[in-house]
Design a protein around this ligand. Sequence first.
Ligand SMILES: *Cc1c(COP(=O)(O)O)cnc(C)c1O
Length: 399
Amino acid sequence: MAQPHQHNSDIRSRLGLRQVVNASGTMTFLGASIIVPEAIQAMSEIAPEWIEMDDLQRKASATVARLTGAEAGFVTACCAAGISMAIAGAMTGTDLLAIERLPDDTTGLKDEVILQVGHFVNYGAPIDQSIRVAGGKVVLAGTVSSVQPHHVANAITDKTAALLYVVTHHAALYGMLSLEEVCEICHAKGVPVIVDAASEYDLKGFLARGADVVIYSGHKFLSGPTSGLVAGRKDLVRAAYLQNRGIGRAMKVGKETIAGAMAALDAWEKRDHAGIRAREQAALDLWLETANGLKGLKARIVPDPTNNPLDRLEVTVLPESGYTAVGLARTMAAGEPPVIVRDHEAELGHFYLDPCNLHPGEAEVVSQALRDALTSETRPEGAMATTRKNPAAALSWPD
Ligand SMILES: *Cc1c(COP(=O)(O)O)cnc(C)c1O
């Protein structure tokens, strides 16, 4: 068994925060990422220094370009910020006055952004808001189960600024047009295609397949600080970058984040991906055996729905367990330590265990939490809950 991870319990206890085990994935609400040591080092090195921000971003452009194959790139506060800035850039180009006029005054600008209906997702905030923040108007194409070429072709007008293409397990996973298809339709009319690839491993593929701009989260698989990467065609990236003088100001990125994201990208190139996969597989094998040995659970290993090179454990919660999937997820989250599972589709009767963000020794903690919940003599309140969303707690913050 791996040595248990030495948590930074000093800062935890100083701030009065409890330890949680993350079996859910890279989640903003849990702190986004385990930042790699290289990035932490770069962040602390640059923190006390004066630097010229445009020069730092120029260096970041070269790093982003190297990893993505883009002509240029920059670091922003997060992927959502990058989407808004890229959309704004597609609207304003390098018109400095237009940049200051956004978001409410779009006089004379192209301001329509096409979105396939099945891409209309919420990743913690609704994606249309990332467009509206820039002053863009969402033009929906097709339906949630079917988008055809004529839907997108007819959505294009002389006011179309861009099409936003979203890659995520939250999107409709069938019936949408492919990236190649939307690129063909849009490029024929001079419309750029902007890809939200926040949580994708593939740093080169979307641009190689025709996207004009692609945006990644720096804090998801890249394990950098909370940040976003904008990469793509130089004119569009430049226009997006110039939004730092406009709507991007409210999404300001610091030197420490830029340096940290660059270091995370460098580290990504050298990462032992095979070794990481092997550790994840060991966690999955342990969980599979545990779950299938417990009455009322049925588990299987499933691939990532957007083809990232990782697997998760799908745990189906049957009635004889005395839990619903929602109830079991809630029970584990209320445990000691809390174990947070991937429950976004728990209404379907299953949740997932994600091995990507475990510290050494935590796979065993997750296994034990499952075992404890299923073998206890009684069932806690909420064991049979069927609704996952409970805004009441959020609404009482900070109490
Ligand atoms: C996480 C995510 C976002 C938001 O990314 P942030 O970097 O947290 O702003 C946007 N789109 C998709 C598809 C995501 O998964």
